[in-house]
Every structure is written in structure tokens, then in C-alpha cells.
Design a protein around this ligand. Structure first.
Ligand SMILES: *Cc1c(COP(=O)(O)O)cnc(C)c1O
Length: 398
């Protein structure tokens, strides 16, 4: 087989078995995997032997990253977790819901979810017969009444802290209610990352992430993850969803996510320290009417946040005196901070919900969710805090 044609040479690789291993995680840019014999192929297909078949449902780069996120969510806890990596946070949430909630069953959740998740529930899942019920998840008596009244509620789904006021819900209390009423409980932990908060420590069944945010941290890949507990219901159905709906990640994005994750602890420490310093600075500014940051003792959920978070995260929002016009003028005067509709990146990102993410939401609905005209959301980066503060200072003005 030495003398093959030019075209054949172009097609077939020359590979040397190496005695040294790749120092960094290799990018397995392959859609499928070769078998050494028909017997081995059959053994892998039947599951007798471990091995990869096809990258939609198994690829070493993707699995390595999913396993790392699963391990971080289980850090120091007495549980064993598994993880799956998806093309986006939205895909992870969709796959989880289709796997765990059946037509005729309901999802109990909050009104102040990530906008995409609210739309997913209303526009995709509800027409399929998976009804979302919106309630205030801080009102535990109301949550219990709803669970008592309606045994078709299959899932409690929440974010804590949540946009835009960083309101927190009691993870342990919701997980306990879920267990008592035979209902699965999922936390979207995107706002925190496992460094800041580990929902499994408080008894949830699943954690989902948009890895696009803090876990990647550098704004150069889109991805999502579902983390579950080994031996608990749902794993097979989630894997089936991954296989058959095909929302898998890919080796390139997985590699970028992994590269970003290497500094997750260092980044989160800095995000949290900077955010607290900026929250305190804003609190003292005469043109700032209100600062929402769970690390401030003035935040209504500070005590709860302290119980369930290791630090208070990098997200905050504040209300400028002067409403919509003041908000817009502030945004246009920024020079160092960037205007971008994402969060969790290494650089400081600013969003004005009234003129950006919630522009199409009727004002009365916005206001009911505390998204006031002058509200500004800050995803505090890991730059030097004095540079961020100097920019905020000149942009807020006198
Ligand atoms: C961004 C985000 C999502 C959606 O994730 P994508 O990766 O953009 O699909 C879900 N939940 C929260 C809290 C988010 O911030």
C-alpha cells in the first residue's frame, strides 16, 4: 500500500504514533471514529466496549469539557455528577425540558427569567403542551399552594440572582418543595458560575449553564451545558435528546470554552471584588438613585445571597436620576466600558434595558418587572477597578 496515487495521498493522512501526549486538550475535529476491526465496531455499538462512534453524541474534546463543568458543580459535595455540552445555553435548556417534562405537564417558574428562556417557554414549549406557570418564586407559601393544587407541575425552574434587580430565590427551600411534591428542580447558574454558587449543595436536580458567559469568559464561543446527578432520573432522556435533536457542541467551541475555564477562579475573584467596589462607589454617587447588588447590605436579598453564594458575582444594576434621557446620555458618554448585549466577559459591558434588550416590551410590563427607564445593567469585567470607575464617573457626569 506504499505506492498510492496523488489523489489518494491527498485523502489519506500520514500519522506517526507518538510517545508523547499533547500538553493541551486536543481538538478532535472529526465527525466519526475508526474501528480497528468489525468486532471492535460491534462491541462499541452495543456498549460492551467504551469508545466513540459519532461526534453528535460523543467526542473526546466535548466530553472533557462537559466533565470539567460537572466536576466544578460538584466540587466538595458528596455527589457524582455528569454533564453534556450543547451548542448554546438555549439548546441546553430546550433539551432538558423536552427530556424531563411531557405534554400536559407544567413548568413552575418566575417572570424575570433571561428573555430568551421566557420566549422559549411561551413560543416553543407551550404550543407543544409544556405549560409554563409564572409566579413569584420568593413567595414560598404561594409556590407550595400551586404545587398542592396542581400535580401536573413537573419542574421548578429558576435563576438566582436574576435580571435586572439581582433578586435571589431560596435554592434550598425550592429544592425541598420540589422533593416533597415529586417535582424536578433546575437552577440556571449562568449568572454565578460554579465558583460563586453551587446549586447542588442545596439539593437541586439539574444545573444548566450558558457557557457563553462566565464559563468561557472571553466572549469567543457560544455554548451551553446540562449537569445532572448520576443515578437520578433524566440522564437517559437527556442523552436521547442530545442524540436525536442534535444540539451538540463542537470540538472547536468546546476547546475555547476549556481554554477560558482555566482561569475561571482567578477571573471570578476579580469580577466579584471589582463589582463590590463599583457597587459601593455607585451607592455614594449623588446622581445614582438606587444600586442593585446582592453584596450590598442594602439589597433586600443580601442575607439569602450570603447563605447560598460564595461571593456576590460580577453583575449589578443601577438607576440613574433623570430616567430614560439620563440613561441614554450616560451610555453614549462611555469610553472605556463597552455597550454589548452579553455578560460575563473579561471586559466591562453595559446594557440599557429600556432602549436595548427590552425595547419591544410594553413599558407597563417592563415597569412591573422593575426595569425602569433609567436602569443600567453592568457586567463588571476584570480590568483595574479604577479605570472602570473613572469611566463611569465621567459618563454619569455632575
Ligand atoms: C445568555 C443566557 C442564556 C442563553 O444562553 P445562550 O448561550 O445565549 O444560548 C440563558 N440563561 C441566562 C441566564 C443567560 O444569561
Amino acid at each position: 500500500m506504499k505506492k498510492i496515487g496523488f489523489g489518494s495521498r491527498c485523502v489519506h493522512d500520514i500519522r506517526k504514533e507518538s510517545t508523547t501526549a499533547s500538553h493541551t486538550l486536543p481538538i478532535y475535529a472529526t465527525s466519526s471514529f475508526d474501528f480497528s476491526s468489525i468486532e471492535q465496531g460491534m462491541a462499541v455499538f452495543t456498549g460492551e466496549e467504551e469508545g466513540h462512534l459519532y461526534s453528535r453524541f460523543g467526542n473526546p474534546t466535548i466530553e472533557s469539557v462537559a466533565a470539567k463543568i460537572a466536576a466544578l458543580e460538584a466540587y466538595k459535595l458528596d455527589i457524582e455528577t455528569y454533564g453534556y455540552l450543547f451548542s448554546s445555553g438555549m439548546n441546553a435548556i430546550t433539551t432538558l425540558m423536552l427530556a424531563c417534562v411531557k405534554p400536559g405537564q407544567k413548568i413552575l417558574t418566575q417572570g424575570n427569567l433571561y428573555g430568551g428562556t421566557t420566549e422559549l417557554f411561551n413560543k416553543i414549549l407551550q404550543p407543544l403542551g409544556l405549560d409554563p406557570i409564572l409566579t413569584n418564586l420568593q413567595d414560598l407559601d404561594q409556590v407550595e399552594r400551586l404545587l398542592q393544587q396542581d400535580d401536573s407541575i413537573r419542574m421548578i425552574y429558576f435563576e438566582t440572582p436574576a435580571n435586572p434587580t439581582l433578586a435571589c430565590v431560596d435554592i434550598a427551600a425550592l429544592a425541598d418543595l420540589g422533593q416533597r411534591y415529586d417535582c424536578l428542580v433546575t437552577a440556571d447558574n449562568t449568572f454565578c458560575s460554579p465558583y460563586v454558587q453551587q446549586p447542588f449543595a442545596f439539593g437541586v436536580d439539574f444545573v444548566v449553564h450558558s457557557t457563553t458567559k462566565y464559563i468561557n469568559g472571553h466572549g469567543n464561543s457560544t455554548g451551553g451545558a446540562i449537569i445532572g446527578k448520576k443515578g437520578q432520573p433524566g440522564k437517559e432522556e437527556i442523552f436521547m435528546g442530545l442524540k436525536l435533536v442534535g444540539g451538540n457542541s463542537n470540538a472547536w467551541d468546546a476547546w475555547l470554552i476549556n481554554n477560558g475555564m482555566k482561569t475561571l477562579e482567578l477571573r471570578m475573584e476579580r469580577h466579584c471584588a471589582n463589582a463590590l467596589q463599583i457597587a459601593k462607589y455607585l451607592t455614594e454617587h449623588s446622581q445614582v438613585e438606587q444600586v442593585n447588588y446582592p453584596g450590598l447590605t442594602s439589597h433586600p436579598d443580601h442575607a439569602l445571597a450570603k447563605r447560598q453564594m460564595r461571593a456576590f458575582g460580577g453583575m449589578l444594576s443601577f438607576e440613574l436620576a433623570g430616567g430614560l434621557e439620563a440613561g441614554k446620555a450616560f451610555m453614549n458618554r462611555l469610553q472605556f466600558c463597552k455597550l454589548a448585549p452579553t455578560m460575563g466577559d473579561v471586559d466591562t459591558l453595559v446594557l440599557h434595558p429600556a432602549s436595548m434588550s427590552h425595547l419591544r416590551v410594553p413599558p407597563e410590563v417592563r415597569l412591573a418587572n422593575q426595569i425602569t427607564d433609567g436602569l443600567v445593567r453592568l457586567s463588571v469585567g476584570i480590568e483595574n477597578a479604577e479605570d472602570i470607575i473613572a469611566d463611569l464617573d465621567q459618563a454619569i457626569g455632575a
